[in-house]
Design a protein around this ligand. Structure first.
Ligand code: ADP
Ligand code: MG
Length: 364
């Protein structure tokens, strides 16, 4: 994107930051090798830094930012690195990716063995922030869970799947409104490398757990959480404790199962039902936050209960809608984009945003 466009986007986000707790980005991945081989066409056009057009249908979608196929992991991170500062200020943060399987959710959130994703980049930024306040006593810990079929598993504990004796983790909301996951392992880390190692260990356990459960990996959610505790000497000389957490969620795919798959396989059918339930519960929560409703429906699923104290209220949320550019999957992609549209604030009044485009509201 042109410099001026980046500048515009940054100003825009600065403005959003003053206004709200939720940012919604879209990321369109490049065509992959298989799509190129079959001569698939690019169905998406990035009109400008905040507008996406679906060529074949003419649908227009507006976001707080759009990352096209040429934009790197570093570009994506640059727009959200400020969330490390928010966490240091005591605000909790939830980052998640939404989209169909193969759209680039895991790539965006957790990267690849060769290239760090958003989570690992944020680890680096967090420790860099910690280094700027030597007078505080800071503890950073990581934990990692997988939510599969409403079954919450600790990925940092050895999993014994013989007869599924491991009790699933259970959730509680304590008196202060903090979510407590009973028995969840928290591993301390003193630098980004240690935190990455904790994360890596969880990822390895993930495939063990999935094999044991005969789970389709695209049908579960993984949540890596960083717990931040700061003991700061206050001006009066006492010690003030500031706590916050950051959730990095790699969500299951939002596609509907094909009818034949649903009919043939009971496991896959249960997965599909549960994943749809959880994603629509999350959608309801995000929509309520976006529309600034008084009542936020956290209780409808374990996923939203788990995120409750880091989503809405004083917390910040960052949602990525990941898209394939391919014409061959355009129907599923447009469905996902329309669902994600629920996360939008009510915009399109010129005075709402200094940069809102002068054109009719996009179709809902
Ligand atoms: P999802 O988690 O949504 O199912 P993945 O993140 O696994 O999808 O992405 C599918 C494939 O596409 C992976 O091989 C991934 O490395 C690749 N990919 C996704 N997004 C990008 C991107 N922006 N640039 C390059 N490769 C990407
Ligand atoms: Mg994935």
């Amino acid at each position: 994107l042109a410099r001026s466009e980046q500048h515009r986007r940054r100003l825009h986000n600065l403005y959003q930051d003053l206004k709200g707790q939720l940012r919604v980005y879209c990321r369109v991945r490049p065509l992959n090798a298989k799509e190129k081989r079959i001569g698939d066409k690019e169905a998406m056009r990035v009109v400008d830094g905040t507008t996406l057009e679906v060529r074949s249908t003419g649908d227009i979608f507006e976001f707080d930012g759009i990352f096209g196929s040429s934009e790197s992991q570093a570009d994506v991170f640059e727009d959200c690195s400020d969330l490390a500062q928010s966490a240091m200020d005591g605000q909790s943060v939830t980052v998640f990716c939404y989209g169909i399987t193969g759209a680039g959710k895991t790539y965006t959130m957790y990267g690849t063995p060769e290239e760090d994703g958003l989570a690992q980049r944020m680890f680096g930024e967090l420790f860099a922030q910690v280094d700027t306040i030597p007078q505080a006593n800071v503890t950073i810990m990581g934990s990692m869970m997988e939510l599969y079929n409403n079954y919450l598993v600790d990925l940092l504990r050895p999993i014994d799947w013989q007869g599924r004796q491991n009790p699933p983790l259970s959730l509680k909301l304590d008196k202060s409104g903090t979510v407590q996951v009973e028995g969840l392992a928290r591993e301390p880390a003193k630098d980004p490398e240690e935190l990455k190692a904790v994360f890596q260990r969880g990822l390895e356990q993930r495939s063990v757990a999935e094999n044991a459960m005969n789970a389709e990996s695209s049908r579960s959610h993984v949540i890596f959480t960083v717990f931040l505790t700061q003991d700061v000497i206050s001006q009066q000389g006492g010690v003030e404790r500031i706590t916050s957490k950051l959730h990095f969620c790699d969500l299951g795919g939002c596609e509907r199962l094909k009818k034949t798959e649903v009919e043939q396989d009971r496991d896959r059918r249960l997965e599909a039902i549960e994943i749809n339930k959880s994603l629509s519960a999350l959608g309801d929560v995000i929509e309520a936050i976006a529309k600034k409703r008084k009542y936020i429906p956290y209780r409808n699923h374990k996923l939203t209960q788990l995120l409750q104290d880091a989503l809405g209220g004083n917390a910040k949320a960052l949602m990525y809608v990941n898209c394939s550019p391919a014409q061959s999957s355009i129907k599923e992609t447009v469905t996902a984009l329309k669902l994600a549209n629920r996360a939008k604030r009510i915009v399109n009044q010129p005075w709402e945003s200094p940069t809102s485009p002068r054109r009719p509201a996009p179709e809902r």
